[in-house]
Ligand binder design. Structure first.
Ligand code: XMP
Ligand code: MG
Length: 183
């Protein structure tokens, strides 16, 4: 597929690469101050968070091991089922760790609320959430997200790690997927 055809699948650029870079620098400075002297573990939620993890971890001016967990609640649909499956578990024992979950997006919040409960039962010392994007009007459960990049409208977005049917993850910006692609 050519670049122009990919552009036709997007109705609007919501957040640019440049805006994301600035925001992640700002969040990284806050996180470094908040976790100074602490044993911080970054946990990325695959697959969507692989891009934000790469950029956030490099913006962070402190030591922080990185682990990933792969969960799935969507399949090829655009709506959360609320049913979370672990596809790949953590390699790290969470006991005594200060965990920062790095997420691409909070939509209904169902995935994260499940993850938070799961991590609490593993004995983490503290658990906080960093999400690049959040759809406040789509929330079905409240998530205490300490570090939020951008609040966005309730529309299906792609790019910067986010996919529709495994496409568009490699786009540099976050864009609204044009309805003709999935309807
Ligand atoms: P929930 O609804 O459980 O969703 O908060 C969390 C996960 O669903 C995916 N998700 C999206 N993926 N565009 C995407 O490409 C979106 O607009 C979108 N909304 C939710 C995502 O994997 C997230 O971690
Ligand atoms: Mg996805």
């Amino acid at each position: 597929m050519r670049a122009a055809e990919i552009q036709d699948d997007l109705s609007e650029i919501l957040v640019t690469e440049e805006q994301i870079r600035e925001k992640l620098d700002e969040l990284a400075a806050r996180v470094a101050a908040d976790y100074a002297g602490k044993d911080l573990l970054l946990v990325g939620v695959l697959k969507g968070a692989f891009v934000v993890m790469a950029d956030f971890a490099r913006a962070l001016p402190m030591h922080a091991p990185i682990d990933f967990m792969a969960v799935s609640s969507y399949g090829a649909s655009t709506k959360s089922s609320g049913v979370v499956q672990i596809r790949k578990d953590l390699d790290t024992d969470l006991h005594g760790k200060h965990v920062l979950i790095v997420e691409d997006i909070i939509d209904s919040g169902l995935t994260l609320s499940w993850l938070l409960e799961n991590f609490e039962s593993r004995g983490a010392e503290s658990i906080e959430v960093l999400a690049l994007l959040r759809k406040p009007e789509a929330a079905k459960v409240h998530i205490d997200c300490k570090y939020v990049g951008f609040d966005i409208p309730t529309e299906f977005v792609v790019g910067y790690g986010l996919d529709y049917a495994e496409r568009y993850r490699n786009l540099r910006d976050v864009a609204v997927l044009a309805p003709h692609v999935y309807s």
